[in-house]
Design a protein around this ligand. Structure first.
Ligand code: HEC
Ligand code: HEC
Ligand code: HEC
Ligand code: HEC
Length: 229
């Protein structure tokens, strides 16, 4: 009897661990389906019970977001203020690159989170704003005020769409090994076309750390990965 209970417990613990390991994006606030764990999401009963569809589509993708694969959202209409010329001297690009614009297409506070080019299921009806939360189809649902709404000024954010030059701002060589980071084993893996973008520091799918960070910033490990301070 005791042996049986032990076996059941071992199996239960193994299943629990597997569940944690496999959790991935479904356990994060980027699961915008009606069963997602966040508060910003589709309401129950809608056809949009998919996860990837709010960012990716297998067909009819918006190719205007260079670097953001199979992007399923409309291009943001407005413009952005970039970080000023840095002390280290490198000027960011005049406008955010596609991969950073992909994040801003939900996080700038003016672009519609519920904008979709190719809706779930059969038929392409977008780009259109789908029904979302308590917002009806056709109406834009934008990021609520708060820390996740970065606004359209990136002047107060770590520079993005900026070339990584080893030596400037004590930046480590791009060949530097990174241990325990999601999706990167060297600094080169963090760069997009040689530049720092939002996805250099964040992996929008990971549940391994809080705030989608590629490595926990405990002890400022994220910052120290690039800056040899
Ligand atoms: C909130 C937006 C968002 C959602 C939801 C999302 N992705 Fe992504 N995905 C991105 C972004 C942004 C990138 C580019 C990341 C980068 O530059 O590292 C990406 C990249 C990818 C890539 C290519 C790079 C890689 O890591 O392999 C794949 C494959 C991918 N996503 C699959 C998925 C799948 C499958 C789902 C649903 C289970 C999903 N994504 C949901 C935003 C999202
Ligand atoms: C389809 C819309 C969408 C896209 C695209 C998107 N996000 Fe988000 N993100 C959200 C929503 C919704 C939340 C939850 C907001 C809230 O509850 O305040 C969120 C939350 C976050 C959070 C906070 C997570 C937490 O647990 O508190 C971070 C960090 C984040 N996103 C980073 C990014 C980055 C970086 C990108 C691009 C690589 C990105 N997001 C792309 C919709 C999006
Ligand atoms: C140099 C690394 C780095 C870059 C680049 C970066 N972030 Fe972050 N981000 C962080 C860290 C570290 C945190 C957590 C600490 C904090 O909030 O300051 C964070 C937090 C966030 C949060 C959550 C804020 C909160 O308090 O809930 C959001 C949303 C976010 N980032 C989105 C973005 C977007 C969008 C971009 C690109 C425009 C971006 N990040 C670029 C490092 C970065
Ligand atoms: C992916 C690599 C990377 C990571 C991670 C990173 N940085 Fe940076 N950081 C850069 C680059 C590239 C620059 C631009 C340097 C230049 O001007 O040539 C920069 C610039 C800076 C600057 C100088 C801004 C100025 O006006 O000159 C500060 C301060 C800074 N980073 C702080 C941080 C902090 C704090 C963190 C952690 C939250 C962090 N960085 C994480 C790559 C990174």
């Amino acid at each position: 009897m005791k042996g049986k209970i032990l076996i059941v417990m071992v199996v239960a613990i193994a299943l629990l661990c597997a569940g944690v390991a496999l959790a991935g994006i479904s356990a994060t606030k980027h699961n915008l389906s009606s069963t997602g764990p966040g508060t910003v999401k589709a309401s129950a009963g809608q056809q949009n019970d998919e996860i990837c569809v709010y960012c990716h589509t297998p067909h009819f993708a918006n190719t205007g977001f260079t670097g953001a694969p199979l992007w399923n959202k409309a291009t943001p209409a407005g413009s952005y203020t970039m970080y000023g010329t840095t002390i280290a001297g490198t000027t960011p690009d005049a406008t955010p690159n596609g991969i950073t614009k992909a994040c801003l297409s939900c996080h700038d506070g003016v672009s519609a989170i519920n904008s979709i080019v190719n809706e779930a299921g059969s038929g392409k009806s977008g780009p259109a704003n789908v029904a979302f939360g308590t917002t009806a189809a056709g109406t834009a649902f934008t990021m609520p005020a708060g820390a996740t709404n970065l606004g359209t000024s990136l002047a107060d954010d770590h520079p993005v769409s900026i070339t990584y030059t080893a030596g400037k701002a004590s930046l480590n060589p791009t060949t530097t090994t990174l241990t325990g980071w999601t999706g990167a084993s060297t600094i080169a893996d963090l760069l997009r076309n040689g530049k720092v973008e939002c996805s250099s520091c964040h992996d929008p799918h990971t549940s391994a750390t809080s705030l989608f960070l590629r490595v926990s910033n405990s002890g400022s490990a994220l910052c120290l990965g690039c800056h040899g301070k």
